[in-house]
Design a protein around this ligand. Structure first.
Ligand SMILES: [Mg+2]
Length: 410
Protein backbone atom coordinates (compact mmCIF):
# COMPACT_ATOMS: atom_id res chain seq x y z
CA UNK A 1 0.00 0.00 0.00
CA UNK A 2 2.77 2.38 0.95
CA UNK A 3 4.59 1.51 -2.28
CA UNK A 4 1.40 2.13 -4.29
CA UNK A 5 0.96 5.51 -2.63
CA UNK A 6 4.53 6.43 -3.47
CA UNK A 7 4.00 5.42 -7.10
CA UNK A 8 0.82 7.51 -7.25
CA UNK A 9 2.57 10.48 -5.61
CA UNK A 10 5.40 10.27 -8.04
CA UNK A 11 2.94 10.09 -10.98
CA UNK A 12 1.17 13.18 -9.64
CA UNK A 13 4.47 15.02 -9.45
CA UNK A 14 5.29 14.09 -13.05
CA UNK A 15 1.90 15.42 -14.23
CA UNK A 16 2.40 18.63 -12.31
CA UNK A 17 5.94 18.99 -13.61
CA UNK A 18 4.58 19.08 -17.17
CA UNK A 19 1.94 21.65 -16.35
CA UNK A 20 2.12 24.83 -18.38
CA UNK A 21 -0.09 27.84 -18.87
CA UNK A 22 -2.12 27.31 -22.04
CA UNK A 23 -3.81 30.68 -22.32
CA UNK A 24 -4.26 34.03 -20.62
CA UNK A 25 -7.62 35.67 -21.29
CA UNK A 26 -8.55 39.23 -20.33
CA UNK A 27 -12.16 40.37 -20.07
CA UNK A 28 -14.10 43.48 -19.27
CA UNK A 29 -17.12 43.04 -17.09
CA UNK A 30 -20.45 44.28 -18.33
CA UNK A 31 -20.54 47.98 -17.31
CA UNK A 32 -23.83 47.43 -15.49
CA UNK A 33 -22.05 45.11 -13.04
CA UNK A 34 -20.19 46.44 -9.99
CA UNK A 35 -17.39 43.83 -9.89
CA UNK A 36 -13.83 44.88 -8.96
CA UNK A 37 -14.59 48.57 -9.56
CA UNK A 38 -16.86 49.22 -6.63
CA UNK A 39 -17.36 52.84 -7.59
CA UNK A 40 -19.30 51.55 -10.59
CA UNK A 41 -22.62 51.75 -8.78
CA UNK A 42 -25.66 52.69 -10.81
CA UNK A 43 -28.33 53.31 -8.24
CA UNK A 44 -28.18 55.86 -5.49
CA UNK A 45 -25.26 54.84 -3.30
CA UNK A 46 -23.36 56.48 -0.46
CA UNK A 47 -19.96 55.93 -2.13
CA UNK A 48 -20.99 58.12 -5.07
CA UNK A 49 -23.74 60.32 -3.70
CA UNK A 50 -22.07 61.62 -0.58
CA UNK A 51 -19.60 64.37 -1.26
CA UNK A 52 -16.22 62.74 -0.49
CA UNK A 53 -13.15 64.97 -0.55
CA UNK A 54 -10.75 64.00 -3.35
CA UNK A 55 -7.99 65.48 -5.53
CA UNK A 56 -10.58 67.06 -7.88
CA UNK A 57 -12.54 68.73 -5.07
CA UNK A 58 -10.74 72.01 -5.76
CA UNK A 59 -12.81 72.30 -8.98
CA UNK A 60 -16.39 73.30 -8.17
CA UNK A 61 -17.79 71.58 -11.26
CA UNK A 62 -16.31 68.23 -10.18
CA UNK A 63 -16.60 68.33 -6.41
CA UNK A 64 -20.09 66.97 -5.83
CA UNK A 65 -19.52 63.44 -7.07
CA UNK A 66 -16.37 61.53 -7.86
CA UNK A 67 -18.19 59.88 -10.77
CA UNK A 68 -18.39 63.35 -12.41
CA UNK A 69 -14.66 63.24 -13.17
CA UNK A 70 -14.71 59.55 -14.06
CA UNK A 71 -13.60 57.63 -10.98
CA UNK A 72 -15.38 54.57 -12.38
CA UNK A 73 -14.69 55.00 -16.10
CA UNK A 74 -12.09 52.23 -16.46
CA UNK A 75 -14.20 49.49 -14.91
CA UNK A 76 -13.18 45.97 -14.05
CA UNK A 77 -10.66 43.71 -15.77
CA UNK A 78 -11.04 39.98 -15.17
CA UNK A 79 -8.24 37.58 -16.06
CA UNK A 80 -8.53 33.86 -16.58
CA UNK A 81 -5.33 31.82 -16.72
CA UNK A 82 -5.96 28.34 -18.13
CA UNK A 83 -3.47 25.51 -17.69
CA UNK A 84 -2.97 22.63 -20.10
CA UNK A 85 -4.80 20.32 -17.68
CA UNK A 86 -7.90 22.55 -17.89
CA UNK A 87 -7.41 24.24 -14.50
CA UNK A 88 -8.61 27.85 -14.64
CA UNK A 89 -7.44 30.53 -12.23
CA UNK A 90 -9.08 33.92 -11.88
CA UNK A 91 -7.75 37.35 -10.97
CA UNK A 92 -9.13 40.85 -11.30
CA UNK A 93 -8.34 44.53 -10.97
CA UNK A 94 -9.55 47.92 -12.08
CA UNK A 95 -8.45 48.63 -15.65
CA UNK A 96 -11.18 47.63 -18.09
CA UNK A 97 -10.41 47.58 -21.80
CA UNK A 98 -6.99 49.31 -21.63
CA UNK A 99 -5.82 46.66 -19.16
CA UNK A 100 -7.16 43.92 -21.45
CA UNK A 101 -5.09 45.39 -24.30
CA UNK A 102 -1.88 45.36 -22.23
CA UNK A 103 -2.53 41.82 -20.93
CA UNK A 104 -3.47 40.21 -24.24
CA UNK A 105 -0.95 42.05 -26.43
CA UNK A 106 2.08 42.03 -24.15
CA UNK A 107 1.86 40.38 -20.73
CA UNK A 108 0.36 37.07 -21.86
CA UNK A 109 3.54 36.14 -23.76
CA UNK A 110 5.45 35.78 -20.47
CA UNK A 111 2.86 33.43 -18.99
CA UNK A 112 1.67 31.30 -21.90
CA UNK A 113 3.82 28.17 -22.27
CA UNK A 114 5.43 28.85 -18.90
CA UNK A 115 5.23 26.59 -15.86
CA UNK A 116 2.74 28.36 -13.54
CA UNK A 117 4.95 27.56 -10.55
CA UNK A 118 7.50 30.01 -11.96
CA UNK A 119 5.36 32.86 -10.72
CA UNK A 120 8.36 34.99 -9.72
CA UNK A 121 9.90 34.68 -13.18
CA UNK A 122 6.61 35.54 -14.90
CA UNK A 123 6.12 38.55 -12.60
CA UNK A 124 9.65 39.80 -13.22
CA UNK A 125 9.29 39.56 -16.98
CA UNK A 126 5.90 41.34 -16.92
CA UNK A 127 7.43 44.07 -14.76
CA UNK A 128 10.70 44.59 -16.64
CA UNK A 129 9.04 44.56 -20.06
CA UNK A 130 6.63 47.33 -19.04
CA UNK A 131 9.16 49.59 -17.29
CA UNK A 132 9.46 51.88 -20.36
CA UNK A 133 5.81 52.88 -20.07
CA UNK A 134 4.52 51.40 -16.81
CA UNK A 135 5.88 51.34 -13.25
CA UNK A 136 2.72 52.60 -11.55
CA UNK A 137 -1.01 52.74 -12.09
CA UNK A 138 -2.86 50.94 -14.87
CA UNK A 139 0.02 48.75 -16.04
CA UNK A 140 0.64 47.43 -12.53
CA UNK A 141 -3.09 46.82 -12.15
CA UNK A 142 -2.86 44.63 -15.27
CA UNK A 143 0.18 42.77 -13.89
CA UNK A 144 -1.72 42.28 -10.61
CA UNK A 145 -4.72 40.67 -12.29
CA UNK A 146 -2.52 38.15 -14.16
CA UNK A 147 -0.46 37.41 -11.04
CA UNK A 148 -3.57 36.77 -8.93
CA UNK A 149 -4.98 34.42 -11.57
CA UNK A 150 -1.72 32.43 -11.60
CA UNK A 151 -1.82 32.10 -7.79
CA UNK A 152 -5.39 30.81 -8.08
CA UNK A 153 -4.14 28.14 -10.51
CA UNK A 154 -1.30 27.20 -8.16
CA UNK A 155 -3.72 26.74 -5.28
CA UNK A 156 -6.02 24.60 -7.42
CA UNK A 157 -3.09 22.54 -8.72
CA UNK A 158 -1.96 21.75 -5.20
CA UNK A 159 -5.42 21.50 -3.70
CA UNK A 160 -4.58 24.21 -1.15
CA UNK A 161 -5.90 27.68 -0.33
CA UNK A 162 -3.47 30.40 -1.35
CA UNK A 163 -2.63 31.28 2.27
CA UNK A 164 -1.15 27.80 2.67
CA UNK A 165 1.14 28.37 -0.31
CA UNK A 166 2.71 31.43 1.33
CA UNK A 167 3.31 30.12 4.81
CA UNK A 168 -0.05 29.08 6.25
CA UNK A 169 -2.29 30.85 8.72
CA UNK A 170 -0.80 33.03 11.43
CA UNK A 171 -4.24 33.65 12.95
CA UNK A 172 -7.42 31.60 13.10
CA UNK A 173 -9.72 34.47 12.22
CA UNK A 174 -9.16 37.88 10.72
CA UNK A 175 -10.61 40.89 12.52
CA UNK A 176 -12.30 43.46 10.31
CA UNK A 177 -13.27 47.10 10.60
CA UNK A 178 -15.86 48.81 8.42
CA UNK A 179 -15.55 51.60 5.88
CA UNK A 180 -18.85 53.37 5.93
CA UNK A 181 -20.31 56.79 6.61
CA UNK A 182 -22.59 55.15 9.24
CA UNK A 183 -20.52 54.64 12.37
CA UNK A 184 -23.67 53.82 14.35
CA UNK A 185 -24.61 50.91 12.07
CA UNK A 186 -21.02 49.67 11.94
CA UNK A 187 -21.02 49.44 15.71
CA UNK A 188 -24.38 47.66 15.74
CA UNK A 189 -23.02 45.18 13.21
CA UNK A 190 -20.20 44.40 15.64
CA UNK A 191 -17.25 45.65 13.57
CA UNK A 192 -13.90 46.34 15.20
CA UNK A 193 -14.14 50.03 14.53
CA UNK A 194 -15.05 52.25 11.63
CA UNK A 195 -13.44 54.39 8.96
CA UNK A 196 -15.37 57.45 7.87
CA UNK A 197 -15.01 59.08 4.46
CA UNK A 198 -13.91 62.69 4.93
CA UNK A 199 -16.40 64.94 3.14
CA UNK A 200 -14.62 68.27 2.81
CA UNK A 201 -11.16 69.49 1.84
CA UNK A 202 -9.09 72.66 1.73
CA UNK A 203 -11.24 74.26 -1.01
CA UNK A 204 -14.19 74.26 1.43
CA UNK A 205 -12.34 76.53 3.80
CA UNK A 206 -13.01 76.97 7.50
CA UNK A 207 -16.67 75.95 7.24
CA UNK A 208 -15.72 72.67 5.54
CA UNK A 209 -13.19 71.97 8.26
CA UNK A 210 -15.87 72.62 10.88
CA UNK A 211 -18.25 70.20 9.10
CA UNK A 212 -15.54 67.54 9.02
CA UNK A 213 -15.06 67.92 12.76
CA UNK A 214 -18.83 67.82 13.29
CA UNK A 215 -19.01 64.51 11.37
CA UNK A 216 -16.32 63.02 13.61
CA UNK A 217 -17.98 64.42 16.74
CA UNK A 218 -21.35 62.93 15.75
CA UNK A 219 -19.75 59.55 15.07
CA UNK A 220 -17.97 59.65 18.43
CA UNK A 221 -21.24 60.52 20.16
CA UNK A 222 -22.93 57.57 18.42
CA UNK A 223 -20.31 54.92 19.18
CA UNK A 224 -19.05 55.94 22.59
CA UNK A 225 -15.50 56.59 23.78
CA UNK A 226 -13.82 53.26 23.04
CA UNK A 227 -14.92 52.36 19.52
CA UNK A 228 -12.03 53.02 17.08
CA UNK A 229 -12.68 55.77 14.50
CA UNK A 230 -10.48 56.32 11.46
CA UNK A 231 -10.73 59.03 8.79
CA UNK A 232 -10.14 58.40 5.07
CA UNK A 233 -9.05 61.57 3.28
CA UNK A 234 -8.54 60.18 -0.28
CA UNK A 235 -5.57 62.34 -1.35
CA UNK A 236 -7.61 65.53 -0.90
CA UNK A 237 -5.57 67.65 1.51
CA UNK A 238 -2.47 69.73 1.99
CA UNK A 239 -0.02 69.32 4.86
CA UNK A 240 -1.23 72.45 6.75
CA UNK A 241 -4.89 71.45 6.32
CA UNK A 242 -4.30 67.89 7.54
CA UNK A 243 -2.38 69.16 10.58
CA UNK A 244 -5.18 71.61 11.42
CA UNK A 245 -7.82 68.90 11.01
CA UNK A 246 -6.04 66.42 13.27
CA UNK A 247 -5.50 69.07 15.95
CA UNK A 248 -9.16 70.10 15.82
CA UNK A 249 -10.25 66.44 15.96
CA UNK A 250 -8.08 65.70 19.00
CA UNK A 251 -11.02 65.60 21.48
CA UNK A 252 -12.60 62.80 19.46
CA UNK A 253 -9.65 60.44 19.53
CA UNK A 254 -9.09 59.43 15.90
CA UNK A 255 -6.95 56.32 15.57
CA UNK A 256 -5.61 57.25 12.15
CA UNK A 257 -5.88 59.67 9.26
CA UNK A 258 -5.58 57.94 5.91
CA UNK A 259 -4.13 59.08 2.61
CA UNK A 260 -4.36 62.79 3.41
CA UNK A 261 -2.00 63.82 0.59
CA UNK A 262 -1.41 62.98 -3.07
CA UNK A 263 0.67 59.80 -3.25
CA UNK A 264 3.71 61.48 -4.82
CA UNK A 265 4.09 63.92 -1.94
CA UNK A 266 6.53 61.81 0.04
CA UNK A 267 8.06 64.88 1.68
CA UNK A 268 4.58 66.02 2.69
CA UNK A 269 3.84 62.69 4.37
CA UNK A 270 7.16 62.86 6.23
CA UNK A 271 6.29 66.36 7.47
CA UNK A 272 2.74 65.34 8.39
CA UNK A 273 3.80 62.30 10.38
CA UNK A 274 6.47 64.31 12.16
CA UNK A 275 3.89 66.98 13.06
CA UNK A 276 0.95 64.83 14.20
CA UNK A 277 2.36 61.36 14.81
CA UNK A 278 2.05 61.85 18.57
CA UNK A 279 -1.70 62.59 18.20
CA UNK A 280 -2.88 60.20 15.55
CA UNK A 281 -1.38 57.56 13.25
CA UNK A 282 -0.69 58.47 9.61
CA UNK A 283 -1.52 55.79 7.04
CA UNK A 284 -1.16 55.62 3.27
CA UNK A 285 -0.25 53.41 0.33
CA UNK A 286 -3.53 52.58 -1.37
CA UNK A 287 -2.38 54.38 -4.53
CA UNK A 288 1.28 53.39 -4.27
CA UNK A 289 2.84 50.64 -6.34
CA UNK A 290 5.40 47.86 -6.01
CA UNK A 291 8.22 47.36 -3.55
CA UNK A 292 9.94 50.45 -4.93
CA UNK A 293 7.10 52.80 -4.02
CA UNK A 294 6.75 51.24 -0.58
CA UNK A 295 10.50 51.39 -0.04
CA UNK A 296 10.21 55.17 -0.40
CA UNK A 297 7.30 55.34 2.06
CA UNK A 298 9.29 53.34 4.61
CA UNK A 299 12.67 55.03 4.09
CA UNK A 300 11.18 58.51 4.33
CA UNK A 301 9.12 57.65 7.43
CA UNK A 302 5.90 58.62 5.65
CA UNK A 303 3.45 56.38 7.45
CA UNK A 304 2.78 54.40 10.61
CA UNK A 305 0.71 51.82 8.71
CA UNK A 306 0.99 50.81 5.04
CA UNK A 307 -2.09 50.05 2.93
CA UNK A 308 -1.27 48.38 -0.39
CA UNK A 309 -4.20 47.19 -2.47
CA UNK A 310 -3.44 43.62 -3.57
CA UNK A 311 -5.40 44.05 -6.82
CA UNK A 312 -3.40 47.14 -7.75
CA UNK A 313 0.05 46.98 -6.14
CA UNK A 314 1.41 44.11 -8.25
CA UNK A 315 -0.63 41.16 -7.01
CA UNK A 316 0.30 38.72 -4.30
CA UNK A 317 3.84 38.22 -5.60
CA UNK A 318 4.71 41.85 -4.98
CA UNK A 319 2.48 42.39 -1.94
CA UNK A 320 4.23 39.69 0.09
CA UNK A 321 7.56 41.41 -0.53
CA UNK A 322 6.10 44.69 0.74
CA UNK A 323 4.71 43.00 3.85
CA UNK A 324 8.08 41.37 4.56
CA UNK A 325 9.92 44.68 4.05
CA UNK A 326 7.51 46.49 6.39
CA UNK A 327 8.01 43.78 9.03
CA UNK A 328 11.69 44.65 9.21
CA UNK A 329 10.67 48.14 10.39
CA UNK A 330 7.82 46.99 12.67
CA UNK A 331 5.29 48.68 10.38
CA UNK A 332 1.88 46.98 10.22
CA UNK A 333 0.34 46.40 6.81
CA UNK A 334 -3.43 46.77 6.63
CA UNK A 335 -4.29 46.44 2.94
CA UNK A 336 -6.79 48.60 1.14
CA UNK A 337 -9.90 46.89 -0.24
CA UNK A 338 -8.99 43.83 -2.29
CA UNK A 339 -11.40 41.58 -0.41
CA UNK A 340 -10.53 37.89 -0.56
CA UNK A 341 -7.11 38.56 -2.11
CA UNK A 342 -5.96 40.56 0.89
CA UNK A 343 -7.58 38.17 3.37
CA UNK A 344 -5.29 35.36 2.19
CA UNK A 345 -2.21 37.59 2.39
CA UNK A 346 -3.16 38.88 5.82
CA UNK A 347 -3.82 35.41 7.16
CA UNK A 348 -0.28 34.40 6.26
CA UNK A 349 1.63 37.31 7.84
CA UNK A 350 1.88 38.32 11.47
CA UNK A 351 2.22 42.06 10.78
CA UNK A 352 -1.24 42.30 9.16
CA UNK A 353 -3.42 42.69 12.23
CA UNK A 354 -6.83 43.66 10.85
CA UNK A 355 -8.66 43.80 7.52
CA UNK A 356 -10.92 46.44 6.11
CA UNK A 357 -14.39 45.74 4.80
CA UNK A 358 -16.31 48.16 2.62
CA UNK A 359 -19.95 48.27 3.55
CA UNK A 360 -21.17 48.40 -0.03
CA UNK A 361 -24.93 48.31 0.32
CA UNK A 362 -26.38 51.60 -0.96
CA UNK A 363 -27.43 52.82 2.49
CA UNK A 364 -24.47 51.18 4.28
CA UNK A 365 -26.91 49.11 6.29
CA UNK A 366 -26.20 45.54 5.17
CA UNK A 367 -23.21 43.40 4.29
CA UNK A 368 -22.87 42.60 0.60
CA UNK A 369 -19.87 41.33 -1.42
CA UNK A 370 -17.31 44.08 -2.04
CA UNK A 371 -16.91 42.92 -5.65
CA UNK A 372 -20.67 42.89 -6.28
CA UNK A 373 -21.73 40.11 -8.65
CA UNK A 374 -18.21 39.08 -9.68
CA UNK A 375 -17.75 35.99 -7.54
CA UNK A 376 -19.73 33.20 -6.01
CA UNK A 377 -19.21 33.00 -2.27
CA UNK A 378 -16.98 36.04 -1.70
CA UNK A 379 -16.36 35.83 2.07
CA UNK A 380 -18.38 38.22 4.24
CA UNK A 381 -17.55 39.00 7.86
CA UNK A 382 -19.35 37.01 10.52
CA UNK A 383 -19.35 38.56 14.00
CA UNK A 384 -16.81 41.02 12.60
CA UNK A 385 -14.33 38.32 11.62
CA UNK A 386 -13.42 36.83 8.26
CA UNK A 387 -13.10 33.06 8.28
CA UNK A 388 -11.41 31.80 5.15
CA UNK A 389 -12.51 28.39 3.88
CA UNK A 390 -10.02 25.70 2.89
CA UNK A 391 -11.18 25.80 -0.72
CA UNK A 392 -8.21 25.60 -3.14
CA UNK A 393 -6.87 28.81 -4.65
CA UNK A 394 -8.58 32.03 -3.61
CA UNK A 395 -11.71 30.01 -2.89
CA UNK A 396 -13.94 32.04 -5.21
CA UNK A 397 -15.34 31.29 -8.67
CA UNK A 398 -16.80 33.69 -11.21
CA UNK A 399 -20.56 33.90 -11.05
CA UNK A 400 -22.23 31.80 -13.75
CA UNK A 401 -24.44 34.63 -14.96
CA UNK A 402 -21.65 37.20 -15.14
CA UNK A 403 -21.45 38.81 -18.57
CA UNK A 404 -17.82 39.12 -19.67
CA UNK A 405 -16.50 40.48 -22.97
CA UNK A 406 -13.03 39.67 -24.32
CA UNK A 407 -12.16 42.68 -26.50
CA UNK A 408 -8.69 41.62 -27.69
CA UNK A 409 -9.02 37.89 -28.24
CA UNK A 410 -5.85 36.61 -29.89
MG1 LIG B 1 -8.60 54.89 1.60
Amino acid sequence: MIVEDKIQDSAKRRIVSKTVIREVRAFVADPTEVCADYHNQHDKHWINDLPIANPMSIYPEYKEKRTSWGINFLGTVVVEVELNDGTIGVGCSIGGEPACYIIEKQLSRFAEGQDPRNVELIWDQMWRSTIPYGRKGLVVHAISAVDLAIWDCLGKLRGEPVYNLIGGKTKDRLEVYAITPRADIAKEMGFHGVKLPCRFGPADGASGLRKNIEDIAIAREQVGPDFPIRLDCYMSMTVPYAIELVKAAAPYNLIWVEECLPPDDFDGYTALKAAIGHMCLVTTGEHEYTRYGFRELIARKCADILQPDINWVGGLTEARRIVAMAAAYDIPVIPHGSSVFSYHLQSAFTNCPIAEFLVMSPQADELVPIFGGLFKSEPLPKDSFIDLPETPGWGVELNDNLRLIRPYKK
